[in-house]
Design a protein around this ligand. Structure first.
Ligand SMILES: N[C@@H](CCC(=O)N[C@@H](CS)C(=O)NCC(=O)O)C(=O)O
Length: 214
């Protein structure tokens, strides 16, 4: 199997972390054609990375679909908890990442960083970021204590997006972002203690720095 990857992508980073944690024999490569080109769209119909290419040449796009598939076909070193309720809790972290934090806070900040002068006057976007972090604080408060369970796919999904937000916020003058969210801060410390998460974060941060200095 082969993962088409971009180190700066939080979506690809979550899959790389899973591959590393499960010690999977999956090749990790850059996409073979330019992102967004007609050839790319023809080869990868959803037009996004990551994509998992299977041994028969067929492909699976979408990070969450890829991660669930890898858990199904490679059950050793599981990253899905046992039991319906624990799995639902795992899903909640993943859903929070992709339905609240991404569209509500990360994408609007990213869009501003990408345009000249965009980091000025971003009060609305910074307020949206606080709204989403407060939502995560409440979510982590009502879920069972993460310190009493194993790391799972929900954590691995959320970590690169929080990492990205932590990278962007200082560009808008917002330092020590998690200081007002003690539960999120404790979760972040806990998740970063995992060597695979830390390695994925280092790769992503290096690639993001290169991406922004283009
Ligand atoms: N829902 C997708 C999102 C993937 C995604 O947005 N990937 C970005 C990189 S961070 C991408 O490929 N962007 C290329 C483009 O939009 O042209 C997933 O979870 O894999």
């Amino acid at each position: 199997m082969k993962l088409y990857n971009l180190d700066h992508s939080p979506y690809a980073t979550r899959v790389r972390v899973q591959i590393r944690k499960k010690e999977l024999d999956v090749a990790i490569e850059a996409p073979p054609v330019a992102l967004g080109s007609p050839e790319f769209i023809q080869r990868f119909p959803l037009g996004k990375i990551p994509v998992l290419e299977l041994d028969d040449g067929s492909q699976l796009p979408d990070s969450w679909v890829i991660m669930e598939y890898l858990e199904d076909v490679m059950p050793a070193l599981p990253l899905r908890p046992q039991g319906a309720r624990a799995c639902a809790h795992m899903q909640l972290l993943a859903r929070y990442t992709d339905t609240y934090l991404g569209p509500g806070a990360l994408f609007p900040l990213f869009a501003r960083v990408s345009r000249p002068g965009g980091t000025e006057g971003a009060g609305e976007q910074l307020a949206a970021l606080e709204t989403e972090l407060a939502r995560l604080e409440r979510l982590l408060e009502f879920l069972p204590d993460f310190r009493e369970r194993q790391l799972h796919l929900g954590d691995i999904t959320l970590a690169p997006s929080i990492d990205y937000v932590l990278l962007l916020a200082p560009m808008f003058g917002r330092e020590n972002l998690l200081a007002d969210y003690p539960r999120v801060g404790a979760w972040w410390e806990w998740v970063c203690a995992d060597p695979a998460v830390a390695a994925g974060s280092a790769e992503m941060r290096k690639a993001v720095a290169a991406f922004f200095s283009r």
